[in-house]
Design a protein around this ligand. Structure first.
Ligand code: ASP
Length: 339
C-alpha cells in the first residue's frame, strides 16, 4: 500500500505553546513551531506530512472567520491539490475545538476523507505531555477510512459534532455524552466501522450568518433584565439559543416566566431554539407543560445536540436562508442530532 499523505494544520493552542514556567503558558514564535515535527519523529513513519500554520492563536480567538478559512484549506487540500492529500489533521486549542469541529462538519458537505482535530492539555515540550500521543493518534486516524470531522483526544475518536470539552485538567478532556466514541485508542486504534458515515461528494458550503445569542436559564434569573433582548432585534439579533433545564423546561409562572420573552421574540420573527443544559440527554419539548408552552410560542427544539453543535448549526443555518431555521434543525446534516 502506498504511503498516505497527511496535511497538518497548526492553528495554535496549548500543544505548541512554550512553558516559561509551570504556572504560565504562552503562544510560541514561528521558529518553535518549526521544531514541532522533530519532537514527534514517529509522525513521519505513519505518513508523509506537510505542515502549515495559517495562524497561531489561543482557540478563544477562533470563530466564524477562522472556521471558513479552515474549511477552505481542507476543501483545497482534498479537491485542488496536485498531490492528493489523504487526510487533514488540525492542531487546535481545546477550549473551542468542539465548536470548530461542529462548524467544519456542516461546512464540508459530502466529506469523503478524514478531518481530525486534536490538541493537548500540556505543551509538546513539557515533561509527561499528552501532546505526543494525541498527535500520533490523530495522524494515524487521518490515514484511515473515516469520512468525517473527528476529534482525537486521549483514548477516544469522537464524532466532532457530538463532542464537548468535559474537563479542563485531565487528559481525557473530551467526550460525546449522547453517542459512543466512533473509535478507541489503545494498543491498536480501532474504528467502529459500522457507525462511520458513508463518504459523499465533497463540496464547500461555508456561508455563515450572524445575530445569534445564547441564554442559560437558572432559578432566580431576573426576567425583567430580559426586556431589552427584543430591542436587540434592531441591532441584528436573529436567533436566541436557550439552554433550558432537563428536557427543555423553563420557568413559566408569575414574573419569573420566560414565556413572554419567547412570545415577543417569535412575534418579531426571531428564532428561539431550545437545548438542554444537561451534558447528556435531549430537549423533548412535548414532555412537560413548560416545554409544550415553549413549542406553542414557536420555539424550535435542538433535540440531543450538544450546545456547541446547536450554536454552530444556528450560525450555519442563518447563512442558509434557502430553508427555515426550523427545517434545518429537523435535518441531520453530519450526525449531530438523533431524529
Ligand atoms: N487556552 C487553550 C486554547 O484553547 C487551551 C488548550 O489548548 O488546551 O487555545
Amino acid at each position: 500500500m502506498s504511503r498516505k499523505h497527511v496535511l497538518l494544520v497548526h492553528t495554535g493552542g496549548t500543544l505548541g505553546m512554550a512553558e516559561p514556567d509551570k504556572r504560565r503558558l504562552d503562544l510560541a514564535p514561528a521558529a518553535h513551531l518549526e521544531r514541532l515535527l522533530s519532537r514527534v519523529p514517529e509522525l513521519q513513519e505513519i505518513a508523509n506530512i506537510d505542515l502549515i500554520a495559517p495562524w497561531n492563536v489561543d482557540s478563544s480567538d477562533i470563530g466564524p472567520q477562522q472556521w471558513q478559512r479552515l474549511a477552505q484549506i481542507v476543501a483545497g487540500a482534498f479537491l485542488g491539490a496536485s498531490e492528493p492529500i489523504d487526510g487533514v489533521v488540525i492542531i487546535h486549542g481545546t477550549d473551542t475545538m468542539a465548536y470548530t469541529a461542529s462548524a467544519l462538519a456542516y461546512m464540508l458537505r459530502g466529506l469523503h476523507r478524514p478531518v481530525v482535530l486534536t490538541g493537548s492539555q500540556r505543551p509538546l515540550e513539557a515533561w509527561r505531555t499528552d501532546a505526543r500521543a494525541n498527535l500520533a493518534a490523530a495522524v494515524e486516524t487521518a490515514t484511515l477510512a473515516l469520512p468525517e470531522v473527528a476529534i482525537v483526544f486521549g483514548d477516544k475518536v469522537l464524532r466532532g459534532c457530538r463532542a464537548s470539552k468535559v474537563d479542563a485538567r485531565i487528559y481525557q478532556a473530551f467526550d460525546s455524552p449522547n453517542e459512543a466514541p466512533i473509535g478507541r485508542i489503545g494498543v491498536s486504534l480501532d474504528l467502529d466501522t459500522q457507525r462511520v458515515r458513508a463518504p459523499g461528494q465533497l463540496y464547500l458550503d461555508d456561508a455563515l450568518g450572524t445575530g445569534l445569542m445564547a441564554l442559560t436559564v437558572f432559578p432566580g434569573m431576573d426576567q425583567s433584565l430580559l426586556q431589552g433582548v427584543a430591542l436587540a432585534a434592531k441591532a441584528g439579533l436573529k436567533a436566541v439559543l436557550v439552554r433550558a433545564f432537563g428536557t427543555g423546561n423553563v420557568p413559566m409562572t408569575g414574573t419569573a416566566s420566560l414565556l413572554p420573552m419567547v412570545e415577543k421574540l417569535a412575534g418579531l420573527g426571531l428564532h428561539v431554539i431550545v437545548a438542554t443544559q444537561c451534558p447528556g440527554g435531549s430537549a423533548e419539548l412535548d414532555l412537560y407543560a413548560s416545554g409544550r408552552a415553549l413549542l406553542a410560542a414557536g420555539a424550535i427544539s435542538a433535540g440531543d445536540m450538544t450546545f456547541e453543535a446547536a450554536a454552530t448549526k444556528a450560525l450555519w443555518a442563518l447563512g442558509h436562508p434557502e430553508q427555515t431555521m426550523r427545517q434545518w434543525f429537523f435535518q441531520d446534516l453530519a450526525g449531530e442530532i438523533t431524529l
